[in-house]
Design a protein around this ligand. Structure first.
Ligand SMILES: [Zn+2]
Length: 102
C-alpha cells in the first residue's frame, strides 16, 4: 500500500518515516523531502453545533436524536453533558447501560 500524497508537492512517493512524538505516523516524501504527519480525522465540534446541541437539549429531544441531527458523536455528546454538569438520565442505549455493569 502506498503512503498518502505529499501535502507539499502532491507527490505519491511517500514512505513511512518513524513516528512523531505524538505517536502519529510520520511520512517522508521521496520527491521533495517534505516530512509530514497525517492529521487524524478530526471531530471538532464548532461553537454553532455546540449551541445547537444545547438548544436541542432544552427541547427535551432524545439524546440519540440530537446526535443524529447535529452529527456529533455520542462520546462527544456524553463528554459535553458531563461538561454541563448534567447526568445522563436515560442512557443512550441498552448496550451502553450493560457495558457499565461489566
Ligand atoms: Zn513532496
Amino acid at each position: 500500500m502506498n503512503g498518502p500524497d505529499c501535502p507539499a508537492c502532491g507527490g505519491v512517493y511517500t514512505v513511512k518515516n518513524g513516528h512523531a512524538h505524538t505517536g502519529r505516523q510520520r511520512y517522508l516524501c521521496r520527491v521533495c523531502g517534505h516530512q509530514f504527519t497525517l492529521h487524524p480525522p478530526q471531530h471538532r465540534i464548532s461553537a454553532e453545533t455546540e449551541a445547537l446541541v444545547d438548544r436541542l437539549l432544552s427541547e427535551r429531544i432524545s439524546h440519540r436524536g440530537i446526535c443524529r441531527v447535529t452529527g456529533v458523536s455520542r462520546s462527544w455528546f456524553r463528554l459535553h453533558l458531563m461538561k454541563l454538569g448534567k447526568t445522563v438520565q436515560h442512557g443512550f442505549e441498552q448496550d451502553e447501560a450493560q457495558a457499565k455493569k461489566v
